[in-house]
Design a binder for this molecule. Structure first.
Ligand code: HEM
Ligand SMILES: *[C@@H]1O[C@H](CO)[C@@H](O)[C@H](O)[C@H]1NC(C)=O
Length: 330
């Protein structure tokens, strides 16, 4: 009797472990095109619809969705750790100085809520972050980029390692190229991605070091005049919203005007300026300045690599209920 019960239990354990094994095996297909085609077929459409509705009301939401891709995916993994709020003990990534100026996070929740209404608990915040970035690029006149899905959400804030990944506004080109190459993005890819600075703004706190105490002589004098008008204070109040537009020519369009600007010494940040002067990157800057199709082609390729950086898939991580907090563990 005892041995019968034992073998019954042993068999039960054996088969249940098999089925758990099979489930995990089956679940981890990695990233796929249209991962939600059975579990939430409308997911990509709902996200796009929300991105466009928000864009109509606030054009700058599209800048935010694009910048989110860099700040989430480049820091170890596209796991939506960027979206987590501070806890009592840990400062959020959003509040770190490298994230200065990032905005519109509450509207990510608007998109998430719309997706949850269709398919509760199915679509990750990491995928919503990536797809909204993709749709933002298109809203801004950039290319349409087909992207895989199936990312899951991390449970940890990664502010502790953020500086090892995200370069500062004045970082050297050697360090920047090296950091991007670690995630598989080559030099033309870096040049293309920095073309994201064709939209949006830079706050004076990140620029005054090029204006005071002396004006950086490599800046275009006509641009200096504009920058001084926008940033009259050598020590701007970090809470003040004094800023300069990244591309005065076509500030709302993701286009190759950025490359013409930086070739004319109108790059705002040191990283932008260096891109046009470093001999490793300059040839690509010149090519992208002349050829928008080439820029878009390299841009699409680099965004694809960036958004596939080290995702959590299968049964790793979780599907967050709200994007700003990890689920409670039971
Ligand atoms: C070397 C790499 C990079 C550095 C050092 C850098 C740094 C910065 C800084 C300092 C700002 C201005 C923030 C502010 O004052 O409000 C900014 C804005 C922006 N960055 Fe970058 N960035 C880099 C690469 C990227 C990449 C790869 C992307 C996108 C894939 C990106 C997208 C954006 C966008 C869209 C804005 C405008 C945001 C807005 O107006 O809300 N950046 N970046
Ligand atoms: C970059 O600028 C920051 C201030 O934003 C400054 O503290 C830092 O020393 C600068 N780094 C380099 C390499 O110049």
């Amino acid at each position: 009797m005892a041995s019968k019960t034992f073998s019954f239990i042993a068999a039960l354990l054996f088969f249940s472990s098999l089925s758990v094994f099979a489930e995990n095996e089956e679940a981890d297909t990695g990233l796929l095109m249209n991962f939600y085609k059975d579990s939430c077929p409308q997911a990509e459409e709902v996200i796009k619809e929300q991105v466009m509705l928000l864009y109509k009301r606030h054009k700058n939401t599209a800048f935010s969705w694009l910048r989110n891709i860099f700040h989430d995916c480049f820091v170890e993994s596209c796991d939506a750790s960027l979206l987590l709020d501070s806890t009592r003990r840990i400062l959020s990534e959003k509040e770190h100085d490298r994230s200065f100026g990032m905005r519109n996070f509450r509207y990510i929740e608007t998109i998430k809520e719309a997706v949850e209404r269709e398919c509760p608990g199915v679509v990750s915040c990491a995928d919503i972050l990536v797809l909204s970035g993709r749709d933002g690029i298109e809203a801004l006149g950039g290319p349409h980029i087909p992207l895989k899905t199936g990312r899951r959400d991390g449970r940890k804030i990664r502010t502790d390692i953020l500086e090892q990944y995200l370069p500062d506004h004045n970082e050297s080109m050697s360090v920047i190229l090296e950091r991007f190459s670690k995630v598989g993005i080559d030099t033309p890819g870096v040049v293309a991605l920095l073309g994201s600075h064709s939209v949006g703004r830079t706050h004076c706190v990140k620029l005054v070091h090029r204006l005071y105490p002396e004006v950086d002589p490599s800046l275009n004098p006509t641009h200096v005049e504009h920058m001084l008008k926008k940033c009259p204070d050598p020590l701007p109040d970090p809470k003040a919203v004094q800023y300069v537009r990244n591309d005065r020519g076509t500030p709302m369009k993701l286009d190759n005007n950025y490359y013409r600007n930086i070739l004319h010494n109108k790059g705002l940040m040191l990283v932008d300026h260096q891109l046009a002067t470093d001999e490793r990157t300059m040839p690509y800057v010149k090519k992208m300045a002349k050829n928008q199709d080439y820029f878009f082609q390299e841009y699409s390729r680099a965004i694809t690599i960036l958004t596939e950086n080290n995702p959590l898939t299968g049964s790793k991580g979780e599907i967050r209920k709200k994007c700003n907090v990890a689920n409670k563990l039971h």
